[in-house]
Design a protein around this ligand. Structure first.
Ligand code: AMP
Length: 206
């Protein structure tokens, strides 16, 4: 299965992509992890990417698209977490997957109120090993047992920029995928378990 996860920062894309990857046995392609791999290489492009990411801005399309497209080209199934985030990325993805004969099955929109999402971002920790975001009271990752850390961009200023960018650049993709006839909208204001139940039901995975 080839899935896209759409939603604001704090909508639960990371959690949902872990649950789906575990259930379906297909890899999660986490865009920010791919970008961090580029940054680790210490190239000039990596440095540019890192400055965008730290302040909560989107990395320009021309730098992101090839990184993601290269990583999914050999795969049959995948869950895309954090891509596409602009109309340009969505169109490039559609055209590449059309060329490969491997279209997206569903774009899942995790629909959450901005207040809930902002509150989640401020108090969340993420696993250093698998990227899962466990419940706030957990001290180690409830998925893999890894140590937890805070994200550098989970501060008030970067969160505000990420939401502005989300509303301007990414929210229009909901209508794009609706018009493509593959949008699944899930109420993501609920508990982690209730969101999972609705998500799995919507994908007939029970
Ligand atoms: P995330 O972990 O998905 O919240 O992404 C963290 C940061 O990585 C974002 O704030 C952007 O700076 C960058 N990023 C992730 N995905 C994309 C994308 N599709 N396009 C541009 N920048 C991205």
């Amino acid at each position: 299965m080839r899935l896209i996860l759409l939603g604001s920062p704090g909508s639960g894309k990371g959690t949902a992509s872990c649950q789906l990857a575990d259930r379906l046995g297909v890899p999660r392609i986490v865009t920010s992890d791919l970008l961090k791999e580029q940054i680790k290489k210490g190239t000039e492009i990596g440095l540019t990417m890192s400055s965008y990411m730290e302040r909560g801005d989107l990395v320009p399309d021309n730098l992101v698209i090839s990184v993601v497209v290269d990583s999914i080209t050999p795969l049959v199934g995948f869950i895309l977490d954090g891509f596409p985030r602009t109309l340009g990325q969505a169109k490039a993805l559609k055209s590449k997957l059309h060329e490969l004969g491997k279209p997206i099955d569903k774009a899942i929109f995790l629909d959450v109120s901005l207040e809930t999402a902002k509150a989640r971002n401020l108090k969340r920790s993420i696993c250093k090993v698998c990227g899962f975001s466990p419940m706030p009271h957990e001290t180690t990752c409830s998925r893999c047992g890894g140590d937890l850390t805070k994200r550098v961009d989970d501060n008030e200023e970067a969160i505000a920029r990420r939401f502005t960018n989300y509303i301007r650049d990414t929210q229009p993709l909901v209508d794009f995928y609706k018009s493509e006839g593959i949008l699944l909208q899930i109420d993501a204001n609920l508990s982690v378990e209730d969101v999972r139940i609705h998500l799995f039901e919507a994908l007939s995975l029970q």
